[in-house]
Design a protein around this ligand. Structure first.
Ligand code: SF4
Length: 427
């Protein structure tokens, strides 16, 4: 039986999709690309924006015409399962937390021989050029625009011992880097260990593997966390969930910090690493966001000089506090604000790339899976400071996905829009 998995949304969803793939493989299913018309099509959905849900419905409808069975999971499926199952008779919502339901669904629906269910797996892992490790799920915060917490429930954390065992397994399998994921990693708790304690524990218990964090909440950047982030094997790449630069908007979003605190934490993060890649999430057009509020957001991003800004258009989500808020910003104005922030992001990235070039020297990078568009004698790679690289090799040489390289930045790439730099390998 062949299976394809289509993943929407965040790194956490990617990690969970990969663990689904592992579970299918363990039962003898073959994971195939979507264009191979699989027998079973899995869609792992996202609920952060209405656009993400619309996209999921389109993919599900399309798959339902070709596949014998379409299994749908993820945040959107958890909240609107009935609506999704009405899309077609062969569409079923499943909960990956409960493997047995997934496979009994298949066995029953497709009249297959029952397979040996696997015990529930608390931590999920992946098989990519970089390892993904899910350490936390759910969230106890009450952000006014967020539907994720409604879908995933309260915060739960993996045990530190098991996390270390997984990380050591990755290291022994030759992974050079692991991305630590969760809905809100900052809420990690295992006994007396918080995120800072876990990081210290993981670097102490391993030797070579590098660690990259998926995202950070500004208010959670404590002295202890900064000390842990300073470790040489923690990647110089920090993604702050900022959302707005206006204190009145932050208050109505129920975000527990101010614009001044964001600036302070960004400066502290720049002290623990030499010019780290600082990125952030921002929502444009939150109800009641005035032109002045937006300018405060824009100016904050400009002052901090983020190397990238993920600018999201506000999306009114059912079940959230913001859904009933007045003072809606027009769609046209939201588009204008998002494009201004995206333009600022591009110039921030250019500025960061120029600084890296001027600084010169060697940086580490991990080779990515090969893309059809990758030129001969080249591989694509992601650098320690999250830049996309095109690495050129002497004729006939190459490196496998997941390999750790040391490269020298040569020049910003011109022919490959996907890459920030063309590089030559140094080791
Ligand atoms: S911190 Fe806020 S936005 Fe993030 S998952 Fe929790 S409730 Fe949602």
């Amino acid at each position: 039986m062949t299976v394809s998995i289509h993943t929407l949304g965040c790194k956490l969803n990617q990690t969970e999709s990969e663990s689904l793939a592992v579970a299918f493989r363990d039962r003898g299913y073959e994971i195939v690309p979507e264009d191979r018309n699989p027998d079973i099509f899995v869609v792992n959905t996202c609920t952060v924006t209405s656009m993400a849900e619309q996209k999921a419905r389109g993919i599900i409808r399309n798959a339902a015409k070709k596949a014998a069975c379409v299994l749908v999971c993820g945040c959107y499926a958890r909240l609107d399962g009935e609506q999704i199952e009405r899309l077609n008779d062969n569409v079923f919502v499943v909960d990956p937390k409960n493997w047995s339901t997934v496979f009994s669904e298949i066995t029953e629906r497709l009249h297959l021989q029952p397979s040996t269910p696997n015990p529930q797996v608390p931590i999920t892992e992946s098989r990519r050029s970089r390892a993904f490790l899910k350490l936390q799920d759910g969230c106890d915060k009450l952000c006014a625009y967020c539907r994720v917490r409604l879908a995933r429930g309260g915060s739960v954390s993996a045990s530190a011992e098991e996390a270390l065992a997984r990380l050591r397994a990755f290291e022994n399998e030759g992974y050079a880097e692991a991305v630590l994921t969760g809905v809100n990693l900052n809420l990690y708790r295992d006994g007396g260990k918080d995120l800072a304690g876990l990081l210290q524990f993981l670097v102490k218990g391993t030797e070579r593997i590098r660690l990259r964090l998926s995202s950070l909440e500004p208010e959670a950047v404590t002295t202890e966390l900064l000390e842990a982030l300073a470790h040489r094997r923690v990647r110089p790449h920090f993604h702050l969930s900022v959302q707005s630069g206006s204190d009145s908007v932050l208050r109505r979003m129920r975000r527990p910090y101010t614009a001044a605190l964001v600036e302070e934490k960004a400066a502290l993060l720049r002290r623990v690493k030499d010019d780290p890649f600082l990125a952030c999430d921002v929502i444009a057009g939150f109800p009641g966001e005035s032109q002045a509020d937006f300018e405060r957001t824009y100016e904050l991003c400009k002052r901090v000089g983020f190397a990238w800004i993920h600018a999201f258009p506000f999306s009114s989500r059912p079940g959230t506090e913001a859904f009933d808020m007045t003072g809606r910003v027009s769609g046209k104005e939201i588009v204008r604000r998002v494009s201004l922030l995206t333009e600022l992001a591009r110039s921030g990235r250019r500025g960061y790339v120029d600084r890296c070039l001027r600084r010169g020297g060697e940086i580490e990078a991990v080779v990515e899976r090969r893309r059809d568009s990758t030129p001969k004698n080249c591989v694509t790679a992601v650098s320690e400071n999250y830049l996309k690289l095109l690495v050129r090799f002497p004729r006939g040489e190459t490196r496998a996905p997941g390999s750790l390289l040391s490269v020298r930045l040569a020049a910003p790439s011109t022919f490959d829009a996907e890459a920030d730099f063309v590089c030559s390998i140094t080791s």
